[in-house]
Design a protein around this ligand. Structure first.
Ligand SMILES: CC(=O)SCCNC(=O)CCNC(=O)[C@H](O)C(C)(C)COP(=O)(O)OP(=O)(O)OC[C@H]1O[C@@H](n2cnc3c(N)ncnc32)[C@H](O)[C@@H]1OP(=O)(O)O
Ligand SMILES: CC(C)C(=O)C(=O)O
Ligand SMILES: [Mg+2]
Length: 514
């Protein structure tokens, strides 16, 4: 077993990032990639929070084989029962129970005394242990808790059957020295601490989540909780890729092994970024676009003479490669399939046929089809895997008119198979287009956020639009790509509406059958 267990919370704490809203198939794609990355534990969600979360955790638990799957629960029997229902068929189930231990959380949020928190924790760990072989207990807001109370509580929940004790820095308040000292005190004071794995869970409010996690490891933590691209509540969680690469590059200093397959990092980061719509800043450590670029003359000169003058991480280590050319206009299905299999996605023959058709269409317009383009196509196919009737863009036209406004005409196929059309005017191309689509859909639609990016470089790069749309009061993310920016924008808008239909149809069918 590796010295440090990697507990990935991208699908739970990561999904708590404002505006992130993944559906079941998107969560499954991310979970499978986390498994390929070699994470030890995947926190798949919070089953008691919603039917959608329950379904996603169950799907992941039933599909993932090489990582342990866990789910979050409050100290309520019904949360633990719900987690048990979702996880019971996975090979290595773990429950993750939490309760806050800081004075401010106990007094104002929970309205409980120290003794009540202690007794409830013991009671629920005991209850969970009758159902799960692995029980993780988190003392929420541990870094603002009284250390003597924390030690007393930890000792008792270990006696009740906890196998992992997590000490979260819930509000990103601590510093490396202070957090390390807390782990040291707990390791030296709690008499039965050697029976459990100690875990850290850091938030990045003061920009110290990764440094704090490493300080915890230096002081006895054997599990690190983190999220891909550092996503998570508020400023996010400690970034998995930064912790993994820091431990690897500085192994002279940190002699700890993890079971991560480092050259899967870039692929994992790309999937998470694409599906969550959370873009990665160019200068982000390890996976940012500029992380391996050398701009200034003296640096370029040094790198040409010896790359190690300015490069401590090689791009290959984390799977960053030149965005290589894919196949061309004259490629056949066999060669295409061979190349596509290199992405290691779980693709059916139907998926490959659909992807091949889209690839051929693209080669009609785009001179250079890259791996990124194909990846975008494959991700769209993988995550739109549903029989639920949806809206489809049939045709559109936008006529830019600076004086009388821009005119847009759109034809949509509705979920019940009709084709509806309308023409409206707006203040710009996207405004006009969205106004027309909105007029064709009988729901309350309000655009909250819209972003446009290019996939890859060059004038014929694919455009990728991401947006947030309030659909009948629920905030939905939408994503669309196309070679044309207007078409990508239309696809993203319709995608958000369709995601709403999928979410609500799935939730309805679950509550009818349960
Ligand atoms: C630090 C973290 O990341 S914690 C995880 C945060 N994640 C989430 O909250 C997931 C999304 N949440 C939800 O969907 C909802 O909040 C639910 C379904 C979990 C609960 O919804 P509701 O029942 O409507 O309660 P609401 O969210 O308003 O308030 C939370 C309640 O849980 C209580 N609570 C909070 N933490 C815990 C805990 N660990 N154990 C037991 N009760 C808790 C609060 O005190 C409050 O109780 P109250 O209603 O008696 O005042
Ligand atoms: C639920 C716990 C582990 C959490 O996310 C936090 O305290 O930040
Ligand atoms: Mg957290």
């Amino acid at each position: 077993m590796a010295d440090i267990q990697i507990f990935d919370t991208t699908l739970r704490d990561g999904e708590q990032s404002p505006g992130v809203n993944l559906n079941k198939s998107e969560k499954l794609e991310i979970a499978k990639q986390l498994e390929r990355l070699g994470v030890d534990i995947i926190e798949a969600g919070f089953p008691a929070a919603s039917e959608g979360d329950f379904e996603a955790v169950k799907l992941i638990a039933d599909s993932v084989k090489h990582s342990s799957v866990t789910a979050l629960a409050r100290t309520h029997q019904k949360d633990i029962d719900r987690a048990y229902e979702a996880l019971k068929d996975t090979e290595r189930p773990r429950i993750h129970i939490f309760l806050a231990t800081s004075p401010i959380h106990m007094e104002y949020k929970l309205k409980m005394t120290e003794e009540e928190v202690l007794n409830k924790s013991v009671e629920m760990v005991t209850y969970a242990k009758e159902r799960f072989p692995e029980v993780e207990f988190s003392a929420e807001d541990a870094t603002r808790s009284d250390i003597d109370f924390l030690c007393r509580l930890i000792e008792q929940v270990i006696d009740a059957g906890a196998t992992v004790i997590n000490l979260p820095d819930t509000v990103g308040f601590t510093t490396p020295y202070e957090y390390g000292r807390m782990f040291k005190i707990i390791s030296e004071t709690v008499p039965n601490i050697d029976k459990v794995n100690l875990s850290c869970h850091c938030h990045d409010d003061l920009g110290m989540a990764v440094a704090n996690s490493i300080a915890a490891v230096e002081n006895g933590a054997t599990q690190v909780e983190c999220a891909v691209n550092g996503i998570g509540e508020r400023a996010g969680n400690a970034a998995l890729e930064e912790i993994a690469v820091a431990l690897e590059i500085r192994k002279d200093f940190y002699p700890y092994e993890t079971s991560l397959i480092l050259n899967e990092i870039k692929r994992t980061s790309d999937i998470v970024s694409k599906l969550t719509g959370m873009y990665i800043q160019a200068n982000k450590a390890v996976i940012g676009r500029n992380a391996y670029a050398h701009e200034s003359g003296i640096h370029q000169d040094g790198v040409l003479k010896n790359a190690e003058t300015y490069e401590i991480i090689t791009p290959e280590l984390v799977g960053v490669s030149e965005n290589t050319l894919f196949l061309g206009k004259h490629s056949g299905r066999h060669a295409f399939k061979d190349k596509v299999m290199e992405f290691k996605l779980d693709l059916s023959e139907d998926d490959i046929t659909t992807a091949f058709k889209k690839f051929k269409l693209l080669t009609d317009h785009k001179k250079e089809v890259t791996e990124d383009d194909i990846y975008t196509i494959l991700m769209e196919i993988k995550t739109a895997d549903t029989d639920i009737p949806m809206y489809k863009l049939e045709d559109f036209q936008v006529n830019y008119g600076p004086e009388n406004g821009t005119e847009s005409e759109v034809s949509l196929r509705t979920p019940d198979g009709r084709v509806v059309s309308n023409k409206t005017t707006g203040s710009g191309s996207v405004d006009a287009l969205y106004g027309t689509i909105k007029s064709l859909i009988d729901m309350e639609l309000n655009l909250i956020d819209y972003q446009l990016n290019s996939v890859g470089r060059g004038k014929d790069a694919l455009a990728e639009a991401h947006l947030q749309l309030k659909v009948d009061g629920q905030v939905m993310n939408g994503r669309g790509s196309a070679q044309d920016v207007i078409e990508a924008s239309a696809n993203a808008y319709i995608n958000a509406v369709n995601r709403y239909l999928i979410k609500n149809t799935e939730e309805k069918s679950v509550s009818v059958s349960s």
